[in-house]
Design a protein around this ligand. Structure first.
Ligand SMILES: Nc1ncnc2c1ncn2[C@@H]1O[C@H](COP(=O)(O)OP(=O)(O)OP(=O)(O)O)[C@@H](O)[C@H]1O
Ligand SMILES: [Mg+2]
Length: 244
């Protein structure tokens, strides 16, 4: 479970306000979707949760451990798929996966089993000895997803993971998300794909200009808005620019 309390973040020496005192609770055992327009603060929030960035103020708890300063063991409960797959182009696929497994302290037997399982499920098992630089965007994305799963993380955080995935891989990803949620793990991902969010999310948060404007289930969103609409129309209504 991940909790953010009053978390704020600015860039450019306080000139750009990215997050304004946000509160968010991401429980275990559900698929939690994070929606919002471009520049709303999704990636910033995710980088704070994964420890890639530090908040200006507020508290972030991962299974009760406060970031930053959490122990290595607590940090290892987070599996992270970043939004940009341009990483480690000189490594071979298998070297990248072993590197991630080393970072997370995954033992030899478990690592072999997980690498076999996930590279097969994402159909990249046969390119493990090729360099990552030679992969297509979608293949890199699949490799990052496989890497994030090697430590069997309690908290799986994905930033726009569906971008670039073919339908088969997108289906595998959604299936694994559901399996993990059913196993009691925390699954949190950002997306712009409303149809996916509508179909697979148990809970949603919508962020607009650095502020959370809704958290709850789709049914709760519909009941607040008082109509039987698609997530897309509810989303557009919530994030539309009052000033524009
Ligand atoms: N490295 C950075 N330096 C300066 N400003 C930044 C930086 N990263 C993000 N920002 C600003 O912070 C705000 C939130 O950006 P963020 O990347 O979190 O949005 P997002 O919701 O992930 O958008 P998208 O849907 O386009 O991925 C934006 O105003 C953006 O310009
Ligand atoms: Mg982003």
């Amino acid at each position: 479970m991940i909790t953010l309390q009053g978390v704020s973040k600015t860039y450019n020496k306080n000139k750009t306000k990215a997050l304004e005192s946000i509160n968010l609770t991401i429980p275990d055992g559900c698929i939690f979707g994070f929606l919002g327009p471009n520049g709303a603060g999704k990636t910033t929030t995710i980088k704070l949760i994964t420890g890639a960035l530090e908040a200006d103020s507020g508290t972030i708890l991962v299974d009760g451990h406060e970031l930053p300063g959490a122990s290595l063991a607590a940090r290892r409960t987070i599996g992270y798929v970043p939004d940009n797959p341009e990483l480690f182009s000189r490594l071979k696929g298998i070297e990248f996966l072993n590197f991630i497994a080393d970072l997370y302290g995954v033992d030899r037997e478990e690592r072999q089993r997980a690498i076999d399982t996930y590279t097969r499920r994402f159909e990249i098992a046969d390119v493990m000895s090729a360099r990552v630089g030679s992969y297509s965007r979608g293949m890199k994305q699949k490799l990052l997803i496989c890497g994030s799963l090697l430590p069997d993380p309690q908290n799986w955080i994905l930033d726009e993971p569906l971008i670039g995935l073919d339908p088969q891989a997108a289906f595998s990803l959604k299936t694994i998300m559901r399996e993990r949620a059913q196993a009691g793990k925390c699954v949190f991902f950002s997306t712009h794909v409303m149809e996916v969010a509508e179909k697979i999310c148990d809970q949603l948060a919508i962020i607009k200009k650095g502020e959370i404007v809704f958290t709850g289930t789709l049914d709760e969103l519909r009941s607040i808005k008082g109509k039987d609409s698609s997530l897309e129309s509810l989303f557009l209504e919530l994030v539309e620019n009052e000033g524009a």
